[in-house]
Design a protein around this ligand. Sequence first.
Ligand code: ZN
Length: 489
Amino acid sequence: MVCLNAIMQNILLIIADQLTFDAIGCRGNQYVHTPNIDSLFNNGVGLGRVYSQYPLCGPVRASFWTGRLPHQTGVVSNGGDYQNKDIVEQGIPTLGQQLVKAGYHAIHFGKNHDYGGLNGFEQLPREEVAFNDPDGWPLNYDSFWDEGTTRQVEHYFRSMAGKTLDKPFAAVADLNNPHNICGYIGEFIGEHDNPPYPDGPLPPLPDNFAFDDIANRPRSVQYICCAHRRQAQTAGWTAENFQHYLAAYYHYIDMTDRNIGRILGSLDESGQRENTTIIFMADHGDNVAARGMTTKHTSFYEQTTRVPMIFSGKGIPQQGKWLDDGLFSLMDLAPTLCDIAGTSMPDAQPGHGYSMLPFATGEKSGQQRDYVVSQWHTEWGYTIEPGRMLCSGRYKYTRYLEDVGESRGEEFFDLEKDPGEKRSLIHDPAYQDELNRHRQLFNQYLQETGDDFLSHSWQAKDRYRSHALGYNQHTGLCAPDFEQMIAGK
Ligand code: ZN
């Protein structure tokens, strides 16, 4: 526990949804305009190797609000026809409850999708405000949530002006963007022309857009399109279509940053800025055309699992740099906020996180854990494709239960030599010792955390493995569309 000051400081946690780690200006991306996120970074510090423990909204949020892995919360899908367990009914302690016990006014604005994980936080009804962005390109599909959330946060902070708080606040501004990119894809399905792009040259495709390793990947990745509507909808896209998708994604990020600027401006008006520790993060990433993939689902590549994490404000020295030598997880969020609040999460178990605060303040450095883990089970329950990822820093090992084909359901990457994950090394003789070491680490993880992954079964009908190999070859309906159609939904 780190005591920064005898006076309890406020906490402002700002969350973006589906923001990959390097799609911000302060990470060197020249195609976004994120001056407010960059300002937090320049006045604070970034943790550069933070991984999402499940690259899907519902499971990862239930997980990071409780500090328990998804298999421990029982929230392993986004819902739909698949039954998740409720956090509150299970009696699992939550971060919000612990912050309240520590004397905080814990309040949450915006996106929830938490399955009870936000228990303890005061939650305002989410306001859906129709929003017509005058600078909007190409269209602001679904963008009404963040406007309402931002207005609520502004009102909350402005109402503090000139007052002395009777207790510190732990406020969460939970923004939905750039998640709107999912709706964008739904508007531009398959072969299509693009509307004119008004803002100069289109952003370039990533180095790993071209991809020739598909035969070497697990079935769940090869046919990700058949489980994931958004990937199926991109079949037939041209390279230029993918560039427009990137431009749209960056547009939604710019919108997010403008909302963050308004939130920070109202914090200034509250008079509380000097006594507030600010954390900015995302729940998971987006594939941003890497390997010709979009959004997130089933796989564990860097773009979907690695997220930005920035500390700024009270107690955080101005460093303006990324700490890329550590290895963190969103499992570490609850312990970190508890650390700032001078408390700790009850009933910590193996596999749970630890506080990132000493790293942000410079008291600790380097890699303090052997690995981080991410999980997958299903999005809606139409296909069940259990998978796990274990990243040890330099190496990444993935394992799927659908263990057929050349890969036998495994991948192995040397992120130092191949940061784009272009080539899986499962069959490379030079990597067999490291691969076996990671298989052992994975078994150790399963035992230590009580993860019964190996006893699950995968369920994907033959029709979802039937077209020519590769997600860019997709034809027909994918599982959510077909199964809903035959169920008459
Ligand atoms: Zn398919």
